[in-house]
Design a protein around this ligand. Structure first.
Ligand SMILES: *[C@@H]1O[C@H](CO)[C@@H](O)[C@H](O)[C@H]1NC(C)=O
Ligand SMILES: *[C@@H]1O[C@H](CO)[C@@H](O)[C@H](O)[C@H]1NC(C)=O
Ligand SMILES: *[C@@H]1O[C@H](CO)[C@@H](O)[C@H](O)[C@H]1NC(C)=O
Length: 302
């Protein structure tokens, strides 16, 4: 068994080794809930003593949202999902703009019966159009402890991370005629709702580490869009590095249930951005072909 501490240590060594090729997103700093967020529905309990927010509601939906709007940045949250029988519940964590042709970047955790695995669905909406679902299983039980879920968003790409493992990349494919979220500030939201039987309530999802490191654009969207000087704009965040691609491929191979880019029934002609994804996969296969120590390492430790 590799202990958590050793894992962190080894991970740091690996990051250092790959440090010249790229970088993981900046380490989130815990901030108090009240600084960035406010509740959007009644009846949520804020437990500041443990910096955890619990949904414990008999309403059909409950949640919170950020006070400010942001254009680009790094957004993360530590969440411990509804344990036990969570079938029919959906815990969401997402960025969304507020207008009708909206942009949206979604994490949705689909609950399940006791002992059955959660599904993590991600989606990207641009200019009001979504239908870009991907679904994966997680490699841990998300109800046991807090795990971090984060989004890196800049002019070049949107990356979804689970505990620093990139599980999805949506690249800017403007050149292929695909809209990319670049000019509409977004707020960060989290919510919990049911498609189910509330006799099984309360459903409790716990949150902490309410981290936002973005360009606050509530007033000056143009300023954020043109600046290009923040840490997330720098070279090492414009693409994943080799190590991160290998981790992404690991998620694709072992945990992916559904990917709209491989759904030929739904999309006889694949959406243009999928071409780039396939291209990317093929290019990266050569790296996978070599037996990299780092990949083996992932197999044993998680
Ligand atoms: C807040 O968290 C503390 C520490 O876990 C716990 O003892 C307390 O009962 C919680 N309070 C509420 C209102 O949930
Ligand atoms: C729940 O668990 C079952 C059995 O493992 C699985 O087939 C299903 O995809 C899971 N997820 C949901 C949302 O039902
Ligand atoms: C959630 O539960 C309530 C109470 O049982 C029910 O009235 C409502 O229709 C449910 N919502 C959804 C989206 O199924």
């Amino acid at each position: 068994m590799v202990s958590h501490r050793q894992w962190i240590l080894l991970l740091s060594v690996l990051f250092m080794a790959y440090g010249t090729m790229g970088a993981p997103p900046r380490k989130p700093i815990d901030v108090p809930f009240g600084r960035n967020y406010m509740p959007t529905w009644a009846l949520i309990t804020l437990n500041t003593s443990m910096e955890a927010l619990r949904f414990n509601s008999i309403w059909t939906s409950t949640g919170f949202q950020s006070k400010g709007s942001y254009l680009f940045g790094h957004f993360s949250m530590q969440i411990k999902l509804v344990p036990g029988d969570s079938a029919g519940t959906v815990t969401a964590f997402y960025l969304s703009s507020q207008n009708s042709e909206h942009d949206e970047i979604d994490f949705e955790f689909l609950g399940n019966r006791s002992g059955q695995p959660y599904i993590l669905q991600t989606n990207v909406f641009t200019g009001g159009a979504g239908n870009r679902e991907q679904r994966i299983y997680l490699w841990f039980d998300p109800t046991k402890t807090y795990h971090s879920y984060s989004i890196l968003w800049n002019m070049y790409l949107v990356v979804f991370f689970v505990d620093d493992v990139p599980i999805r990349v949506f690249k800017n494919c403007k050149d292929l005629g695909v809209k990319f979220p670049f000019n509409q500030p977004m707020k960060m939201y989290s919510s919990l709702w049911n498609k189910t039987d509330w006799s099984k309530a309360p459903f409790i999802a716990a949150y902490k580490g309410f981290h936002i490191d973005g360009c606050e654009a509530s007033v000056e969207a143009k300023f954020c869009a043109t600046q290009g000087k923040r840490w997330w704009d720098q070279k090492e965040f414009q693409d994943l590095d080799g190590y991160q691609y290998r981790r992404l491929m690991w998620v694709r191979r072992k945990f992916t249930i559904y990917n709209y880019c491989t759904d030929r029934v739904r999309y006889p002609t694949l959406p243009p951005e999928c071409r780039r994804q396939r291209h990317m996969n093929m290019r990266k296969k050569s790296i996978i072909g070599r037996p990299p120590g780092a990949l083996e390492f992932l197999h044993v430790t998680i």
